[in-house]
Write a protein that binds this ligand. Structure first.
Ligand code: SPV
Ligand code: MG
Length: 669
């Protein structure tokens, strides 16, 4: 595609401004002239060839173009009759340089916004810039438009017309038709009319679409007054803010491409999602906010970087009031849709505009994301993440998983609510559910080798941190090996309970005989575990059974203090009462002495308490310890019974996932 710029005329109405240079060299900002701006946009759009017709001051003009040192190849064509003809004859003079290519044609005194030029270039069809919103000008060009197509262009048409500007993109085949008629005009001596007169005669064959610029700047400068108006509009345009939001920790060519487009709309401010917001909707970021922010701050054209604390743009938009928000069109559907709707709503509060560019669903990008997920699953990356998440979010949630598929449910289940996305932060490998899945009682019967096998199955298909239910931890001499194995595998935290002998599930309470360990023994076990561990990020959590075994609050608190002193990284307080009062009392009293050690709860009985309330009271980890098991098995029992009752499987169909869904549930690598 070649650019054709018509610069043979003088522009007498500009007065002294054109006394020793052509009009196109008039300054429109402290750093640019009409022409330098046109040429910059042409070069930025990736065009390399410019044909320019000259006349008045042609040497001044050609020197000026070369002095701009742009990556453009110029062909200057002087119209020898510049003072007696119109630009139709300039085009005629340049005809040899304009064959066999698509043409972007513009008058040399035209100033347009970047987005106008980009839209013209990007259009598949031949087109002319029109403004359906603008009032019809008395003396300037208007285009007669039917069903989006232009049939006539001239200053004399008012019916079914729109204000039009001499900025065209003309496809080779259409241009051949128009140029042929221009040549015929000029060779028959018709050299003083507009080139558009020739178009009007061939508009049946030369298809020109009306491209509506919808009020964006696209105007000719004919007089010093025009210059004032256009310069001040340009100043306003270049100072308006454009907002984009990113979560990325890997910047790729797709990001750079959309940033490049966005910054053409004004000064670009990038909202970088906080670590917490990224972790909530996508995955834990590979690098922290500060590093991600500086990646974006160092991209050329990014004027400013701010933190966006939630997926919702609302706060940042109300504060910054950008003229544009730019986003890929991928959020028109899917889980981001409500966020988009909210953006549209907030922009309408002050007249901002949403600009969406086609989303590039890049294979390379998918590959990069897969690689980052794979990295997150590696033991060293996974292990430390629980500690980081607790630090970052204050409260984390974990869902029970006892197999690859339940691990995937914990990993992938996402809910969008009130503009926020919710996911579980971690997984809990429960002794109760792991044993149940194997058809065995929860009495430390399933040996560690088998428990590790469960961990491995889950780890193979997930990336989230794992909290392992270590029962009593067994003998101290055995526990140290368990710690090292778990650490090596990438488990983040083991929770051991202060019971001894034949352990029974805590939810039996005092209905069965259970023995609590002595403080001394249990402290020694914790200390040995801490001594055995090789990394600093692995956590040992001490679980206090005093409330379950009805030994009283003071015993629970005494133990908590002793366990923390022995090196426990966290405390789990358990209760089997529906009323959360004893849990709340423990948390309050423990927090009054110790504000830092994380507190873990398993609200199976006291399940009416919300995560927010736990957080407010100072709890840090909420474990949903058995809900997948307790919902999954009854569904299976029901199906089994239904088949037995009907002696066939048909009646079971409505309870079943489709075969297609089950085989596509787990994508192949
Ligand atoms: C488990 O899930 O195995 C637990 C929690 O230890 S509880 O069943 O509540 O004791
Ligand atoms: Mg257990």
């Amino acid at each position: 595609m070649k650019a054709l710029i018509l610069n043979s005329g003088l522009g007498q109405r500009m007065g002294v401004l054109t006394s020793n240079q052509p009009k196109c060299m008039t300054e429109i900002s402290p750093t640019e002239t009409i022409l330098s701006r046109q040429l910059r946009l042409i070069a930025e759009a990736g065009l390399t060839e410019v044909v320019m017709t000259t006349g008045y001051f042609d040497e001044v003009l050609t020197h000026y173009c070369q002095s701009l040192a742009l990556p453009l190849k110029f062909t200057f064509v002087r119209n020898p009759l510049y003072d007696q003809t119109n630009y139709i004859y300039s085009i005629y003079c340049a005809r040899e340089s304009l064959l066999d290519d698509d043409i972007v044609l513009m008058h040399g005194d035209l100033v347009f916004e970047n987005r106008v030029f980009d839209a013209v270039i990007a259009d598949e069809e031949s087109c002319m810039a029109v403004d359906a919103e603008a009032p019809l000008p008395e003396k300037d060009f208007k285009a007669v438009v039917h069903n989006g197509r232009i049939s006539k262009i001239g200053i004399e048409f008012f019916d079914e017309a729109m204000a039009a500007q001499p900025l065209y993109k003309i496809r080779k085949k259409d241009w051949a038709v128009w140029l042929k008629r221009i040549v015929e005009y000029c060779e028959s001596g018709n050299r003083k009319c507009y080139a558009e007169n020739a178009f009007n005669e061939v508009s049946d064959e030369c298809c020109l679409k009306a491209l509506d610029v919808k009020g964006a700047l696209c105007a000719e400068i004919d007089t010093p007054d025009d210059l004032k108006v256009v310069s001040s509009k340009l100043h306003e345009i270049e100072n308006r803010w454009v907002y984009m939001c990113f979560s990325a920790d890997l910047i790729h060519s797709g990001h750079i491409a959309i940033i490049k487009k966005a910054r053409k709309l004004g000064r670009l401010v990038i909202g970088v999602l906080s670590d917490e917001a990224v972790a909530s909707y996508k995955r834990y970021p590979l690098i922290p906010f500060s590093e991600r922010a500086s990646l974006f701050a160092n991209i050329s054209g990014v004027a400013k970087v701010v933190e966006q604390k939630t997926l919702s743009y609302a706060d940042n938009l109300r504060q910054l009031r950008p003229s544009f928000v730019v986003h890929g069109d991928d959020w028109v559907t899917g889980f981001q849709r409500p966020i988009r709707d909210e953006v549209v709503g907030v922009l309408s509060e002050y007249g901002g505009q949403l600009v969406e560019f086609p989303y590039t669903n890049d294979e390379k990008l998918k590959e990069l994301d897969k690689q980052s997920r794979a990295q997150l699953a590696m033991p060293d990356m996974r292990r430390g993440r629980l500690r980081k998440l607790i630090g970052m979010k204050g409260l984390v949630t974990a869902l029970e998983a006892h197999s690859g598929i339940t691990g995937l449910i914990a990993e992938k289940t996402t809910v969008l609510q009130d503009g926020k996305t919710y996911q579980f932060d971690a997984m809990w490998i429960s002794s109760l559910c792991d044993s149940t899945a194997k058809g065995k009682p929860d009495i430390e019967l399933v040996d560690m080798t088998s428990r590790f096998r469960t961990i491995d199955d889950i780890m193979e298909v997930t990336t989230k941190p794992i909290i392992f239910d270590g029962d009593t931890g067994g003998l101290t001499e055995h526990f140290v090996y368990t710690v090292r194995s778990l650490e090596r595998m990438g488990v983040s935290m083991v929770i051991i309970e202060d019971k001894t002998g034949l352990k029974k599930n805590s939810l039996f309470g005092t209905e069965v005989k259970q023995t609590q360990d002595t403080i001394e023994n249990f402290c020694a076990k914790i200390a040995a575990g801490k001594k055995a561990q090789k990394t600093s990020d692995f956590m040992i959590c001490a679980r206090i059974e005093s409330l379950i075994l009805e030994r009283g609050m003071d015993d629970a608190l005494t133990r908590a203090r002793a366990y923390v002193d022995s090196g426990a990284d966290a405390i789990m307080i358990h209760s089997r009462k529906k009323d959360p009062a004893e849990i709340f009392e423990f948390v309050e009293r423990f927090r009054s002495e110790d504000t830092v050690t994380p507190i873990v709860v398993v609200p199976t009985s006291f399940n009416m308490v919300t995560e927010d309330e736990f957080k407010q009271r100072g709890v840090n980890v909420v474990i949903y310890a058995n809900q997948l098991t307790r919902t999954g098995f009854p569904a299976m029992q029901r199906a089994a019974r239904t088949i037995l009752e009907n002696h066939r499987a048909k009646e079971c169909d409505d309870m079943c996932m489709s075969i297609k869904d089950i085989i596509t549930l787990i994508p192949e690598e």
